[in-house]
Structure formats: C-alpha cells, structure tokens
Write a protein that binds this ligand. Structure first.
Ligand SMILES: *Cc1c(COP(=O)(O)O)cnc(C)c1O
Length: 409
C-alpha cells in the first residue's frame, strides 16, 4: 500500500479528525510548526472583532466592568488549569513567558533564601536561563545558575539547590523530563520546582497537582493557539499561594488598585502575580482560541500525537537515510514534536517551506516538526515525508537562496 493510502486509512480512523474544521489553515500548506505558533482557530476573528467594535468601540472604558475585562486573567487561568491538571484559582494569565519565569523564580527563591543555586539544564530554552541570570544579578545575593546536561539533572539535585527550574519538553529535541519523579526527588532535598510547560500545555495531559509542582509557567501561542505574542500563564501551588511574594509589584496585583494607596499590598490568590493593565485584546483572542479544547480529551490528543510522530519517524528513516533522529524514539520520553539532524538543516528547511511544508530550524543543525493533533492529519505527515525525501534525493536544498538566514528561523 502506498504511503498516501496508509495515511488515508489512518485519517479515516482518527477520532479527532473533525477538530481540524475548527481552524483556518491554507489549503496548500502542510503545517508542522504549531509548536512554535499555533494555527488560527475560526472563532478568534469574530470574538476579537466584537471586543474591538462593541466592547471597546461602544462601551469604551465602561467595558472593564461591563464585559468583565478586569477578570480575564483569572478566567483564562481557570480554563488553562483544566488542561494542565492545576487546581481552580491557581493559574493566572498575562505577560510573556519570560516575564512569568522572572515572577515565579523570584517568588520561589524567596522561599529558600539560604540556598544559592538555581539548577537547570543545557536543553532549557535560553530565555528562561537569561531571566534567571538577570534576576541573580539584580538580587546580588550570591545566587547563581548552574547548568547540567538534561540526563544529569537527577544527580545534580542536592541540598545546595534552592530551585530546580526546567522545561518539561526540550524545544530542540522534544525530549521530555519526568516531571513527577524529578519534583518528588527535589522535594526530598528541600528544593522547590518550576516547570516551563511551553511545549506541553495543549499537547498532552499534564498533571501539575499530581506531580506536586510548586510553580509553573507556559506559553499561550504554541499548542494553545492564542496568536503571535499571546499572553503566557503562571501557576502557583495552592499550598504556596498565600505566602508568595510578588516582586514585580504592579498596581494590578495590588489588593485595591483603585484605592491608589502609596504602599503596595498584594492581592489574594494569583491576582497578586498580575503586574500592569491586562492586554485585553490578546486575552480575548486566547479565550476564543481555548474553545477548541472544550470537547477535546487530552489523552486522545496524546494518543494521536504519538501515532503521528511514529508514522513520521518510521517513514523518514525509511526514505531519508541522511537524516539522524534527534528525538527520543520512545514516545513516553517525547513531547509532541520530532526533530532530525543534518549539517545543512537550515537550507533543507527553507526548501521544505518553499514547497509548502512548514516546520522550523533550530541551530546548529536541527530540523523540527511539531504535531498539533487537533489539526494535523496523517495525510499531512505523508506529504511532508515525500517532499522531504524528494528535496534530499535531488539536493534541491543546495542553493544559495535557501542558505541565507532570515531574522526568525
Ligand atoms: C517559546 C518558549 C518561551 C517563549 O517566551 P516568550 O517570553 O513568550 O517569548 C519561553 N520558554 C520556553 C521553554 C519556550 O519554549
């Protein structure tokens, strides 16, 4: 049976197939970059247009109360909480992931102030590390960021460590840490944990509560489809929430912002993690985008992700012998992406994009394919493999136009 015929059979049996209709996707594009920028859900445009024309346009400043703009960070927090196994009232939304890392890391370090090591791994997304470096410099209290290889994290959790800060799924390789096991071990040594769920939320079931995580953050524009630069989320375990100190103490995190007191007093709950005025239009877009998850089962999403990834790995390895798998072979150890290495990965990815198959490239040599199970079809995977094989067989990538690097890769 041909590759396309097998893909058609798999699509036929796919219980999530109907979700694709909830997204706007160009006909002639195979989109395997939802791990970097999620596709546009249909409902977003109408909802944002309404927020602009009716809420902002007609109600003007009254809309803060009339349309509940002021409560959007907590409302969306509760919607995301359901997807990441978080308790109601433990998640807030707003600011970028980078800022969210700063907020929760500052709060976490204050709980363990006599320990000076922030432990992370070399696979972590650089912005998380940069934020830790900046915070350590600002505090000037002898804190330092210690980085180990991802496979060495477990042994590096010692009693010097204040906070273990990891991204669950490695953005380059897709390797997935065992969140529950590492969190449990960290707690045995008195270490607090921060999990970055940028490549987890919306891609597979996450259970922060079961893992016992202390803090978490995650991204709104990847598998949650909130649109470019969508607000991120931040989680604080309910047992810690009362004692969390907000160091980015802006007026929207104040107990009574409109009392305009000269002294800061934190609000209760996750509201104290707010900083400035919430980005209403972006929150509205994310709110509408989250509707696609209302009837989706995260376990089914995980199952389809595994099936898409396994289909892809098997066919690429059969047809593209020059590519080396960079992701774990075992689905349990992987997020919802598959990466391969090739020294000319950048040019190969540009040729692929030129042929309508969109993935992305991560330096130095990784080509990355994300499988967002709500809208990626097995037929897309088949087409991606066939185009990739053709590009490699014909060396189509070996052209100057494909080798010039753009600002965003
Ligand atoms: C995508 C991503 C970010 C993005 O941070 P922004 O501040 O939203 O640009 C941060 N951390 C990780 C692990 C990511 O994958």
């Amino acid at each position: 049976m041909s590759l396309e015929a097998r893909a058609a059979e798999l699509d036929q049996a796919d219980e999530l197939a109907s979700f694709r209709r909830l997204f706007q996707l160009p006909e002639d594009v195979v989109y395997l970059d939802g791990n970097s920028l999620g596709a546009l859900p249909n409902g977003v445009k109408a909802r944002v247009t309404q927020a602009i024309e009716q809420e902002w346009g007609q109600s003007l400043i009254r809309a803060w109360n009339e349309y509940g703009w002021v409560n959007l960070p907590e409302k969306l927090g509760d919607r995301i909480a359901r997807l990441i196994g978080a308790e109601k009232g433990s998640v807030t939304v707003g600011d970028s992931t980078s800022i969210s890392v700063f907020k929760v890391l500052a709060a976490a370090l204050a709980f363990n102030a006599d320990r000076k090591v922030i432990l992370s791994d070399r696979g972590n997304f650089p912005t998380d590390l940069y934020m830790a470096q900046g915070l350590a410099a600002l505090k000037n209290t002898g804190h330092r960021l210690s980085l180990v290889e991802p496979e060495d994290v477990l042994d590096a959790i010692t009693e010097d460590v204040s906070v273990l800060m990891l991204t669950e799924v490695d953005y380059r390789t897709g390797r997935r840490h065992d969140m529950k096991k590492l969190t449990g071990l960290a707690h045995q040594k008195g270490v607090l944990t921060i999990w970055d769920l940028a490549h987890s939320a919306g891609a597979f079931p996450v259970d922060l509560s079961d893992a016992g995580a202390d803090f978490a953050v995650g991204c709104g524009y990847k598998y949650l489809n909130g649109g470019p630069g969508a607000p991120a989320f931040a989680y604080v375990a309910p047992s810690r929430l009362h004692d969390v100190k907000p160091f980015l103490s802006g007026w929207f995190g104040h107990e009574a912002p409109f009392a305009f007191d000269l002294d800061y007093r934190p609000a209760e709950g996750t509201t104290k993690l707010r900083v400035g005025t919430p980005p209403v239009l972006s929150l509205v877009a994310l709110d509408a985008a989250l509707d696609v998850f209302d009837n989706a089962d995260m376990q089914e999403i995980q199952n389809k992700s595994n099936a898409l990834s396994e289909f892809f790995i098997g066919e690429v390895e059969a047809l593209c012998p020059d590519l080396v798998l960079a992701s774990p072979r075992n689905a349990q150890e992987r997020g919802s992406q598959v990466s391969f290495r090739h020294p000319d990965g950048y040019a190969i990815m540009q040729a692929l994009i030129d042929k309508g198959v969109i993935g992305d490239f991560r330096a130095p040599d990784i080509i990355r394919f994300g499988f967002a199970p709500l809208y990626v079809r097995f037929a897309d995977v088949a087409k991606a493999v066939l185009v990739l094989a053709e590009i490699l067989d014909s060396r189509l990538w070996d052209r100057d136009t494909y080798k010039t690097r753009a600002a965003v890769t």
